[in-house]
Design a binder for this molecule. Structure first.
Ligand SMILES: [Mg+2]
Ligand SMILES: [Zn+2]
Length: 186
């Protein structure tokens, strides 16, 4: 037990060294927004089967570490046009997402505040499909407190454009799931 605790402390210290950004945050609250496919998990083409998911353990460990350093509010923001393309149904997607949310909490201690998803096609010209700001605006409207910092983790240009076009101040951090680095955060 003692040894286990020690191991945990050591790995926590090591993680701390790897994540200097966390020390800058201190006790403040952080709003963390993350894309799903290609960012939090591997981008299996229109995949909705949880068993086939490969989580991005680097990013998830990082978020988990941040949650020890600061009060975090974590939201997933994802385009899911596969629903409109009849690749999978909305209920299949919701079942998949509920398993994912449970997994994040059980394995990484990350509580997900909400999962925002756009089921539309580009030609629907909705206000929620990234890079449009609809989903992010919904999230900001849910939080009355002011955050020291808002970060958007994403792997694509639409994530970057959403962050840069938002009327809120959002730091975009591009995630390369194959070679995770935190260069943008330093
Ligand atoms: Mg993506
Ligand atoms: Zn939409």
């Amino acid at each position: 037990m003692q040894e286990k605790r020690q191991k945990r402390l050591i790995s926590s210290t090591m993680a701390h060294q790897n994540f200097p950004f966390a020390t800058k945050i201190g006790q403040h609250s952080l709003l963390l927004l993350s894309d799903l496919d290609g960012t939090l998990i591997n981008d299996a083409h229109y995949n909705s089967v949880f068993d086939l998911v490969l989580p991005n353990r680097h990013l998830l460990s990082f978020i988990s570490q941040l949650s020890l350093e600061a009060t975090i509010f974590f939201h997933i923001v994802t385009n899911q046009s596969g629903i409109s393309r009849n690749m999978f149904s909305q209920s299949q997607f919701l079942l998949y997402v509920s398993k994912l949310v449970l997994y994040l909490e059980l394995v990484y201690g990350i509580k997900t505040s909400s999962v925002q998803y756009c089921p539309h096609l580009p030609e629907h010209q909705c206000n929620c499909r990234k890079p449009m700001p609809g989903m992010v605006n919904t999230i900001f409207n849910q939080h009355s407190n002011t955050f020291m910092h808002t970060i958007f983790f994403g792997d694509s240009d639409c994530d970057r454009d959403l962050a840069s076009h938002s009327s809120f101040s959002i730091q975009f951090v591009r995630i390369n799931i194959n070679s995770f680095s935190l260069i943008d955060l330093l």
